[in-house]
Design a protein around this ligand. Structure first.
Ligand SMILES: *[C@@H]1O[C@H](CO)[C@@H](O)[C@H](O)[C@H]1NC(C)=O
Ligand SMILES: *[C@@H]1O[C@H](CO)[C@@H](O)[C@H](O)[C@H]1NC(C)=O
Ligand SMILES: *[C@@H]1O[C@H](CO)[C@@H](O)[C@H](O)[C@H]1NC(C)=O
Ligand SMILES: *[C@@H]1O[C@H](CO)[C@@H](O)[C@H](O)[C@H]1NC(C)=O
Ligand SMILES: *[C@@H]1O[C@H](CO)[C@@H](O)[C@H](O)[C@H]1NC(C)=O
Ligand SMILES: *[C@@H]1O[C@H](CO)[C@@H](O)[C@H](O)[C@H]1NC(C)=O
Ligand SMILES: *[C@@H]1O[C@H](CO)[C@@H](O)[C@H](O)[C@H]1NC(C)=O
Length: 576
């Protein structure tokens, strides 16, 4: 166990060295001499060598052909194609660190052993990962399976200075080139990166899709599969004024937004520019805005309460018709929170939150699913199982639901237990929640931004009396009404990154307001307090941005990526 942890830490240290290295080939603008099509693959090939040594495998200096400027990862794809069954590998890609080779010829990381890559000229470990190395003519690399590699270890296996294994098969790729212009953006340009393509008929859509896989450090494209368009490149999404537009490199010949309409032949070069749309999109006004009468603060919780009932029957407990008070329009899940608060020990429950499906009730009064029995929820009016979950049903004045612990999970089950027509149990504790309302406006959010976005109008959120900030409001909304609100939060800056799938973009941010008012609240949402009956509205607003390469945003991006890696590593460590 301890040695495995050490190895993970060693890999982590190597990762950090990778981070410190510059991305190769990133410039402000591409030299115009590169903005040409061609050469075809045959005119650009160099010869390189790859060695695999470890776990009983000894393949010294496999020769292969690959386009100049290809990355080591692409070289491995080419080597694998030309050496067939003798050399295959698997890898995992990380958006910032690129590909990690996880197995070679079915030998994966095990017992503290990992695949490390050495430069055969120096016999030293390479300080960077496979996506950071450009293949040059006659370059030669060694994959060595080892449990003791540190930065600067020297390779001393059997493959030093040995003879060459010629490729049994000819190269069967063609090459397409991809550039991403930095004009109108604060990105670095990507200049004429080769992408290996199958020799079968291929379109620009496949070029971009394969670039995502082959050169993730240069190209991270979000593709819209049904429309075959690109909606975002390297973190910058299309908006109502600007869109990523493909060109034949070096010309003003635009290609259609539907990338599957443009075929790619060997040596073709496509450049994407973030262009002003020729026809600006007309902001849609079909229901983007919440009704004006809803954009007010209040009522406070006491002015909105209705009375509702909840029964629990099963696992040795029968608690029929516990009466409780809850704001009108709450979900049954929120009703259960309110009932639990007002009935103390009489009603306690636990739930699991699934990103897609919302809350599942996992135990009530300490009774958990066992032996084929589950907690099912019945509508007291129809006595039928409710067809949807607790986040999708809303309480009404007088509504009553029954939790029944049963092994009869057919779809047409009827409740016939002791809680039919019984008298009610009054609450033992007064309601202590306050209510705060949340609106997420759809104005300026268009289909191109995210076609799954749903606006939110004056949604009720129950806030424990001691909680006071807008930031906590969003954290609580995420866990209380997960079907309606999905806020991606920045815990360090106490700010919001995205609502319901719509992130900040080049010149748009989510800005908070007291509903219906004009003055924005600070980005740091922990600085604004909420009191009973307050209503916070988030609007997607155009903001001034500072241009120049990477602006001020890159350090934030890096720390996010670091956190992500830390999380990945924690997952690796806990699964050992
Ligand atoms: C690569 O090796 C070949 C054969 O040894 C040699 O002819 C060629 O000049 C070398 N190329 C470079 C760039 O060193
Ligand atoms: C590496 O593996 C070898 C052979 O399995 C073993 O003898 C050695 O102790 C290991 N070294 C470390 C640092 O774990
Ligand atoms: C790597 O080794 C060389 C000499 O072998 C030395 O000069 C250099 O400082 C070492 N680098 C690190 C990071 O240890
Ligand atoms: C809820 O129903 C009760 C009984 O029917 C009624 O007295 C009360 O006024 C209703 N409350 C609201 C807020 O509609
Ligand atoms: C369901 O539970 C009842 C009563 O506890 C029992 O008689 C019955 O066999 C169970 N049915 C199944 C399918 O387990
Ligand atoms: C459900 O059960 C009720 C009576 O319990 C019956 O009238 C009805 O036809 C059933 N529906 C289905 C779809 O089986
Ligand atoms: C749109 O939103 C969904 C769900 O919130 C998210 O999974 C998806 O990645 C988003 N798509 C884009 C293009 O941002």
């Amino acid at each position: 166990m301890v040695s495995k942890l050490t190895a993970v830490v060693a890999v982590f240290v190597l990762c950090l060295m990778v981070v410190a290295a510059e991305h190769p080939g990133h410039d402000a603008l591409c030299p115009s001499t590169e903005m040409t099509s061609g050469p075809p693959i045959a005119d650009t090939l160099v010869t390189s060598h790859l060695t695999v040594d470890g776990s009983g495998i000894e393949l010294c200096s496999m020769e292969y052909r690959v386009p100049a400027k290809a990355t080591m990862y692409q070289g491995m794809l080419a080597a694998s194609q030309q050496h067939g069954n003798s050399f295959k590998f698997e890898s995992e890609a990380h958006p910032m660190w690129g590909h990690f080779v996880s197995s070679i010829n079915d030998v994966g990381s095990e017992g503290g052993f990992y695949w490390f890559i050495f430069d055969k000229d120096t016999l030293k470990t390479t300080p960077v990962g496979v996506d950071f190395i450009d293949i040059a003519d006659n370059s030669s690399y060694i994959w060595h399976y080892s449990n003791s590699s540190q930065p600067n270890t020297t390779y001393s296996g059997p493959c030093v200075g040995s003879s060459v294994i010629p490729p049994p098969m000819p190269l069967t790729f063609k090459v397409g080139y991809l550039s991403v212009s930095s004009a109108n953006t604060d990105l670095f340009a990507v200049c004429k990166q080769p992408v290996l393509l199958p020799t079968t008929p291929t379109t620009v859509y496949a070029l971009v899709d394969l670039a995502n896989d082959q050169i993730p450090l240069f190209v991270q494209a979000v593709l819209h599969a049904p429309q075959k368009t690109v909606t975002s490149l390297d973190g910058l999404a299309n908006d109502d004024r600007y869109a990523w537009t493909g060109y034949r490199a070096g010309s003003n010949e635009k290609i259609p937004y539907d990338l599957s309409l443009t075929a790619i032949s060997d040596g073709d070069h496509i450049e994407f520019r973030y262009d002003e749309r020729s026809e600006p999109m007309i902001p849609a006004d079909n229901g983007d805005l919440c009704p004006g009468e809803e954009l007010t603060s209040g009522p406070t919780i006491t002015d909105t309460l209705v009375t509702s009932y909840l029964s629990v029957d099963g696992g040795g407990t029968v608690q029929c018709s516990m009466k409780y008070r809850v704001p009108a329009k709450s979900t049954v899940y929120q009703g259960m929170l309110a009932a639990s608060q007002q009935h103390g020990n009489g009603f306690e429950f636990e739930s699991t939150l699934y990103a897609k499906f919302g809350h599942f009730i996992t135990s009530i009064n300490s009774v958990a699913p066992m032996g084929g029995s589950y907690w099912l929820i019945f509508d007291d009016v129809t006595k039928m199982l409710t067809p949807v979950g607790v986040d999708s049903i809303h309480v009404k004045n007088g509504s009553s639901y029954i939790w029944h612990y049963t092994n009869d999970t057919g779809h047409n089950v009827t409740y016939r237990g002791p809680c039919v027509g019984s008298s009610f149990i009054p609450p033992t504790i007064p309601l202590t929640y306050k209510v705060v309302y949340l609106t997420i406006s759809g104005a300026n959010v268009h289909q191109t931004t995210n076609d799954t976005f749903k606006r939110v109008c004056k949604q009720t959120v129950l806030i424990p009396s001691k909680e006071t900030s807008v930031f906590r409001l969003l954290e609580i909304a995420n866990s209380q009404i997960p079907i309606t609100v999905k806020a991606e939060l920045d815990l360090q800056g106490s700010s919001v990154r995205s609502f319901n799938g719509v992130s900040m973009r080049r010149s748009y941010r989510w800005i908070g307001f007291k509903a219906g008012m004009d003055g924005p609240i600070p980005y740091d949402l922990s600085m604004s307090t909420v009191t009973d009956g307050d209503h916070i509205e988030f609007r997607y607003e155009e903001v001034e941005i500072v241009t120049g390469p990477r602006g001020g945003a890159s350090s934030a991006g890096q720390s996010v990526a670091l956190v992500t890696l830390a999380v990945l590593l924690v997952n690796v460590v806990t699964s050992l």
